[in-house]
Design a protein around this ligand. Structure first.
Ligand code: G3I
Length: 305
């Protein structure tokens, strides 16, 4: 039958997954990866603690394994992520002010330069906005260097690889009714108005019973697209099982297909046993690598069903 990537390609889109370097040697895992997906996101291997464990000493071995694997098979790579408040190495936690700003931009330049021409889209900044109704930035050491840290990161990334698409990525930004969503939208609108380089917005899309696929998801996708950026669904998973889970996945695919600038969908892992969620069954393949009802719902929705 048609694979997820082949079905997505018929609509001009891609279909990706998060990948862990230490699983590439698992033949079941690699078999599904190579068959079904045409975009790959390293799940942890490009994060700051992995790529710059000591200041100025870059380490790309694990991320390179994923990138080489993907490019050798004609797949593309989403780079995740250059700057995130979580998972910061000790050396960086000790910095503030101008020294932190300098180290931050040096990190962006070092990583983006290493992957110049090989990464299709970068999550330049991840999760910089606060939850709740304030619409404010999240407090973080980066944020304390000044409100302009995000645009400085985007300009630096553009200079290091003018061919890569530059994305802002976040969670709880799927519902248009959410204050956080509208705050991110205002930032992107401001960047576009002032010529700050930004090409895409990533909506992580971790869904479950506590946060079902919102009825206004499509509105959010449209409103971002109307700013002249692509939207990408970057970390999709839907907690649950059976037809209820399949329905959630189907709605996400249909909402993406309804918006021409929704460029592609990435699921956050291959088998349920690969998921970051400690328990549960949020993905498209079960622990044995068998296709679940959610898999068939995604594929048929991509094919217009
Ligand atoms: O690899 C080490 C292992 O050597 C060690 O023994 C073990 C003990 O804790 O930890 C292992 O590293 C863990 C790593 O996952 C690999 O399994 C880290 O502790 C753990 O923190 C890390 O979790 C990742 C998490 O981000 C934090 O970086 C998840 O795999 C990853 O799925 C998750 O992904 C995030 C996105 O980047 C951003 N959006 C939310 C999403 C889900 O939380």
């Amino acid at each position: 039958g048609t694979t997820l990537a082949a079905a997505a390609n018929l609509t001009g889109r891609w279909f990706g997954t998060a990948v862990a370097a230490n699983k590439l040697a698992d033949p079941v895992y690699a078999g599904i990866l190579n068959r079904e997906f045409d975009v790959v996101t390293p799940e942890n291997e490009m994060k700051l603690d992995a790529t710059e464990p000591r200041q100025g000493e870059f380490h790309f071995t694990n991320a390179d394994r994923i990138v080489d694997h993907a490019l050798a098979r004609g797949a593309r790579v989403r780079g995740h992520t250059l700057l995130w408040h979580a998972g910061l190495p000790g050396w960086l936690q000790g910095l503030s002010g101008a020294a932190l700003r300098q180290a931050m931009l040096n990190h962006v330049t070092g990583v983006v330069t290493h992957y110049r021409g090989r990464v299709h889209s970068w999550d330049v900044v991840n999760e910089a906005f606060a939850d709740g109704t304030s619409g404010r930035r999240r407090d973080s050491s980066f944020q304390r260097t000044g409100d302009d840290w995000i645009e400085a990161a985007f300009r630096t990334a553009r200079a290091a690889d003018p061919g890569a698409k530059l994305c802002y990525n976040d969670y709880n930004t799927e519902s248009w009714a959410h204050a956080k969503t509208q705050a991110v939208h205002r930032m992107v609108q401001d960047f576009r108005a002032r010529g700050v380089p930004i090409d895409c917005v990533g909506l992580q899309s971790h869904f479950g019973s506590g946060n079902p696929v919102p009825a206004d998801f499509r509105t959010t996708l449209r409103n971002f697209a109307d700013l002249g950026v692509d939207v990408q669904i970057t970390e999709l998973d839907v907690e649950g099982s059976g037809q209820a889970q399949a329905d959630g996945y189907r709605r996400v695919v249909r909402d993406c297909l309804a918006v021409p600038r929704c460029a592609g969908i990435t699921v956050w892992g291959i088998r349920d046993t690969d998921s970051w969620r400690a328990s549960g069954t949020p993905l498209l393949f079960d622990g044995r690598g068998e296709e679940k009802p959610a898999y068939h719902a995604v594929r048929s929705a991509l094919l217009g069903g």
